[in-house]
Ligand binder design. Structure first.
Ligand SMILES: [Zn+2]
Length: 374
């Protein structure tokens, strides 16, 4: 038994957490005796382990590459979801890498069998093989959580919506969602939205790409977005190097557009040189936008667990997997930068402190140390 004493929940209550055989047995304000005790400093919060729904956790394919543990537990993230770095031809490599990682790894399989070996992976339709996709899901049912289709002009070439229709057809057979990357047209965002079904995910939702973002002055797009959200399509942040705009996010907040998850689209370059740096920095941007600590933390715990259909994660309920993230909220002001080079000021910062993963309590190094050494 593991007895975590004195951690603060996001509602401010100090609690003790009892863990048995890797699962949460109790979260209580009462004293608990026995077991191996971890004493948490008074100013440290605890939440379910953070889940980053959009990362590039496959070190082999440059430039969108990173090691799962660097962007994972070392920066407070207990689960990383690789968003389509690998297709059927290379998913075995990611599977093998994941076995050696402390961080929990999932993957959205790129519908192109070659994945991000090239950056226009959907320009040649012969790289999309439903047979290979089904084979991969059969082989790696615990790793694969859905399909990824990068639907922007530079990726799809002349193929229009065809890759997305092919992805959707496979998704129906597999009963899995499709994560769609949106970017520069073609295809037009309104046409992409019409294809998506309940449970699918639109990542890079707050980009400000010219002519194709959610705030185009286009009533047809507006209508398509509202209908997609109503059908149960999820919006995911997927910050990335060029896909997060404070301006778009601010407008979305004013318009009450419900976005589900905060993810980073992190890889080595935007981790070391910004504007992403790490998950905590991405969360801080949402504090700067005026979201509460609770709203922010739910979008990196409970909500991604729901999107991934992994109810054993993202929760402190009895019986949940005991992945935990410990963090501080420091009242030190900082300027944060978005993908457009705009800055916002925030007076407090979330900073990862430690994680509990696989029964091991590991104190995190901060992002700046990582920047120097990894
Ligand atoms: Zn990405």
């Amino acid at each position: 038994m593991l007895n975590i004493r004195g951690a603060k929940l996001i509602n401010g209550k100090q609690c003790n957490i009892v863990i048995k055989d890797g699962y949460i047995q109790d979260v209580t304000e009462d004293d608990v005796f026995g077991g191996d005790v971890i004493l948490v400093p008074e100013d440290v919060f605890v939440s379910p382990g953070w889940i980053d729904l959009h990362t590039h956790a496959f070190p082999k394919f440059e430039p969108y590459c990173a090691h799962p543990d660097t962007i994972g537990y070392k920066s407070g993230v207990t689960t990383v979801v690789d968003a389509g770095s690998c297709g059927a031809d290379n998913i075995q490599d990611l599977y093998e890498l994941a076995q050696d990682c402390k961080t929990r790894v999932f993957s959205f399989l790129n519908i192109s069998r070659i994945g991000l070996q090239v950056l226009n992976e959907l320009a040649d339709l012969s790289t999309i093989s439903s047979e290979k996709i089904y084979e991969s899901f059969q082989k790696y049912p615990d790793l694969l959580v859905g399909l990824k289709a990068r639907m922007s002009g530079s990726v799809i070439g002349e193929n229009g919506l065809t890759p997305l229709h092919m992805a959707r057809a496979c998704a129906v057979t597999l009963h899995k969602p499709v994560m769609v990357h949106i970017g520069s047209a073609p295809p037009k965002l309104k046409d992409i939205l019409e294809v998506l079904e309940k449970g699918d995910i639109v990542t890079h939702c707050f980009n400000e790409k010219e002519g194709n973002n959610i705030f185009m002055d286009d009533p047809i797009l507006h209508d398509a977005l509202q209908r997609a959200i109503k059908r149960g399509v999820y919006l995911d942040v997927g910050h990335g190097t060029s896909s997060f705009s404070f301006h778009t996010a601010q407008r979305a907040k004013q318009a009450n557009i419900p976005f589900e998850t905060i993810s980073t689209d992190i890889y080595d370059f935007n981790r070391m040189h910004g504007p992403v740096y790490d998950m905590a920095t991405t969360l801080n941007k949402f504090l700067a936008l005026g979201f509460s600590l609770e709203e922010v933390i739910r979008r990196v715990t409970e909500k991604p667990a729901r999107v991934l259909n992994q109810p054993q994660l993202g929760s402190l309920k009895k019986g949940s997997v005991a992945d935990l993230t410990f963090f501080k909220v420091e009242h030190t002001p900082i300027d944060l930068i978005d993908s457009m080079g705009n800055t916002m000021h925030v007076s407090m910062q979330i900073k990862p402190y430690a994680v509990l993963l696989g029964g091991e309590y590991i104190v995190c190094r901060n992002a700046y140390e990582l920047k120097e050494s990894d």
